[in-house]
Write a protein that binds this ligand. Structure first.
Ligand code: MRU
Length: 361
């Protein structure tokens, strides 16, 4: 996608041909800061601190992290150790483990002296496939948006967190259909949940949509139910960090409440995902998906821009009050209208997912 007319991916190889470049997402929307990462420890830190974030993107970034590690030591012991270290940086998004597993499957069958070249080839394939999958999700989701059009009325979509192009290598998942609808001339408007505590909606989704010229309005996380009751939301589209084989959906904390409100108001609730986000090994999302618990300071402190342009971090809770910060929740399949995948749309059910991915039966 483009920033000020210049095409970017959210992750790319530096011109030196081996180190990687990322957009520091902790600096958005205030500044476009590009970082160069040249060591596996820097990659792990970037994922942990959410300089890179979003399920597909952390998978692709970790794949390149393993490339950097192998440049230093391509022995089997070091490779297994560094892979485990990268996989442990964030627990909920299954794309991370998926990308590491895919790399290891190829590399374990490769001689140590050939591993660096093979690793870069595989990481590039992971990144390119992510772009192609998300573009396909966009095309399938566009049909759903078209189906919600009524003459003379704009289509209002509500989204949560950031499942846009900077959460993937390009295009995004939930936002890909929205970009395509806008580009196709459909009158579309997006309600952007601010997504406390880290404000991925207010900071990242709003920045992305604004950069692409898509009409949008940021709302407090608690406003969605009210807007749904008053006919202001035609459909909800969210991304996800892990889907069970039965269609339960882990996504950013607060997604479950939006699904409940959408269900109560008979509003379609769609989940957009590349198949790399499906964890075929589990069935019960609430019990089996590990939920990341992040620092309490993400709740007690907020960072924003002051009138003079400087950034400031302030405390929004009383001294001494504790805070809890579960970063994801699980929306049961029964609340999900359907899945938008690279192979098309399906029910959020074992049968639905297997109809698109029969090789997983
Ligand atoms: O904690 P984050 O910001 O990495 O969480 C991201 C989300 O929950 C996204 O909605 C999800 O990864 C889908 S990304 C295309």
């Amino acid at each position: 996608m483009k920033i000020n007319g210049v095409a970017y991916r959210s992750l790319w190889l530096d011109e030196d041909g081996w180190s990687i470049r990322i957009i520091d997402q902790t600096k958005l929307p205030w500044s476009l800061t590009i970082l160069r990462l040249s060591q596996v420890a820097e990659v792990a830190e970037a994922i942990r601190t959410m300089q890179v974030r979003g399920a597909p993107l952390i998978g692709a970034t970790a794949a390149y992290g393993l490339c950097l590690a192998l440049r230093v030591d391509a022995s089997t012991d070091a490779m297994e150790r560094d892979a485990a270290m990268l996989a442990g940086t964030r627990p909920t998004a299954v794309n991370l483990q998926w990308a590491i597993d895919r790399m290891l499957t190829r590399l374990r069958n490769t001689r140590p002296q050939d591993r660096v070249a093979v690793a870069y080839e595989e990481a590039a394939a992971i990144a390119d496939e992510d772009v192609a999958q998300n573009e396909a999700i966009g095309r399938h989701g566009l049909d759903l948006i078209r189906a919600r059009q009524t003459p003379g009325k704009r289509v209002n979509v509500l989204t949560h967190c950031n499942a846009g192009w900077i959460a993937t290598v390009d295009w995004g998942t939930a936002l890909a259909p929205i970009y395509m609808a806008h580009d196709a001339g459909i009158d579309i408007h997006v309600w952007v949940d601010e997504t406390r505590p880290r404000n991925q909606g207010a900071a990242l989704t709003a920045w992305e949509l604004g950069s692409h010229g898509v009409p949008h309005t940021v709302i407090a996380d608690n406003a969605g139910g009210h807007l749904m009751q008053h006919g202001e939301v035609d459909m909800v589209i969210v991304g996800t960090d892990r889907v069970t084989r039965g269609g339960d959906v882990a996504n950013k904390i607060g997604t479950y409440l939006k699904a409940l409100a959408a269900h109560d108001n008979d509003i379609p609730f769609w989940v957009a995902l590349p198949s790399t986000t499906i964890d075929w090994t589990i069935t019960d999302g609430v019990r089996e998906i590990p939920i990341e618990e992040r620092s309490a300071t993400e709740v007690t402190l907020m960072t924003g821009q002051m009138a003079d342009g400087s950034l400031a971090t302030i405390q929004v809770t009383p001294n001494g009050s504790g805070a809890a910060n579960p970063a994801f929740d699980v929306t049961p399949a029964r609340l999900v209208t359907g899945m938008i995948t690279e192979r098309g749309c399906c029910d959020a059910s074992p049968e639905g997912l297997l109809s698109l991915f029969p090789e997983r039966a």
